[in-house]
Design a protein around this ligand. Structure first.
Ligand code: MLT
Length: 398
């Protein structure tokens, strides 16, 4: 008899963003004439930068000629992209990462979800609350039960305190999804020191680093001394350059990073992840990697910055308007997300905004217990739609 992985029965019936999409679809079916403004899932709306499109086209043309055609590429990604990443994303910020420590993939969602496979099942996992649901769900799927929640609330300015009981695997995300909170170098240093003294590992999700405009904030955990021994970092081009539909991201596993077997012997996590990656993944397509490479050209840098500046202008407007309506907000300055204290049940506020304003947000409760009473508003839309959404919310709450 075929049996299921019963850990799946411990999960919520459906993934948060599928749940929201279903509610929105039902609303649209009932009100086909209503135009809905989506500030829910963090999906970009603006076209790819011109530099990326040009590189994409050229690479497609390469595929049209036998002489320049590419079949399977290296599973870890082409050297042309890995070298650019090492130089521009790390060396330029004083972080020492070599190209062969970088694994190109089709998304940070997959990498943050898959990485837990290389760790034992009986480890203690520290997961922020509220949190991007993928970290928690994938650990539940794997059958891990020793989970410590790192509460992020107004009391700690949405930066979790160090765990009281030693944790083996720690998930951190800054700028944070969902709260938009950022961490200082000094704050991040306390986590690196904690991991070093507890032989733990930090999984650092930096998918939103391109939104940082405060020069004092770290873009990478590897800007912190000693982090190479105790951290893996995840990056994504989804929000940086509008690649949500194009798919390209990367994960950095430094060769100094170790984890231990039952006898206490140390093993290179780089080798384990390389083994997993080469077995289960066949690389990102050549044209997509060429498009990603173009982000690092002079034009590409200018264009991606302009793209993000546009979303940040929306974020500033949303935060100002929501604050003006009497709601406490965080995020939206170095982040595309604004975390709003709804002063009521978060699904109730979600329904109110959908039904009375035709605006989709994300209910905070979907991100964990501490998200109850909050909503997350995303800045990914046109400025006109952000303005229109705020006008509709003002009217709905009047
Ligand atoms: C979000 O809205 O939290 C993200 O867009 C989801 C994702 O990146 O998978």
């Amino acid at each position: 008899m075929i049996k299921i992985n019963e850990n799946y029965l411990k999960l919520q019936a459906s993934y948060l963003f599928s749940d929201i999409a279903k509610r929105v679809a039902a609303f649209q079916q009932a009100h086909p004439d209503k135009n809905v403004i989506r500030l829910g899932i963090g999906d970009v709306t603006r076209a790819l930068p011109k530099a990326c499109i040009e590189a994409f086209h050229t690479a497609v043309d390469d595929m049209a000629q036998d002489k320049t055609f590419r079949g399977y590429g290296p599973e870890q990604g082409y050297a042309f992209l890995r070298e650019k990443i090492a130089e521009h994303d790390f060396k330029a910020r004083g972080a020492k990462i070599s190209p062969d420590e970088i694994f190109i993939s089709d998304g940070a969602k997959c990498d943050t979800g898959n990485i837990q496979e290389i760790f034992a099942n009986d480890i203690r996992v520290a997961i922020p609350d509220p949190v991007y649901p993928v970290y928690l769900d994938t650990n539940i799927m794997a059958g891990r039960t020793d989970i410590v929640y790192l509460e992020s609330t107004a009391q700690n300015s949405f930066i979790p305190d160090l765990p009281k009981t030693p944790a083996d695997l720690i998930y951190l995300c800054f700028p944070n999804n969902p709260t938009g909170a950022t961490i200082t170098k000094a704050g991040l240093k306390t986590w690196v020191e904690y991991a070093r003294s507890n032989k733990s590992l930090i999984l650092f999700d930096a998918a939103y680093e391109a939104f940082i405009r405060d020069d004092s904030l770290p873009h990478s955990i590897f800007e912190i001394e000693g982090a190479r021994d105790v951290a893996i970092e995840f990056r994504s081009y989804s929000k940086t350059a509008g690649f949500t539909g194009t798919r390209c991201a990367y994960t950095v596993v430094p060769k100094d990073c170790m984890a231990y077997d039952n006898s206490g012997a140390a093993h290179l996590l780089h080798s384990l992840w390389n083994r997993r990656h080469t077995t289960k993944f066949n690389g990102v397509s050549y044209p997509v990697q060429r498009a990603a490479e173009a982000i690092y050209s002079q034009e590409g840098k200018k264009q991606t910055k302009a793209l993000i500046d546009g979303y940040l202008a929306n974020a500033a407007l949303i935060r100002k308007e929501m604050t003006g309506l009497g709601f406490d907000c965080v995020g939206g300055d170095n982040s595309p997300y604004i975390w709003v204290n709804a002063k009521r049940d978060s699904w109730e506020f979600f329904d109110l905004l959908l039904n009375n304003a035709g605006v989709v947000c994300t209910p905070g409760a979907g991100f964990g217990k501490c998200g109850q009473g909050f909503i997350r508003i995303s800045a990914f839309n046109s400025f006109e739609n952000a303005e229109q959404a705020m006008k509709r919310i003002r009217d709905a709450l009047a």
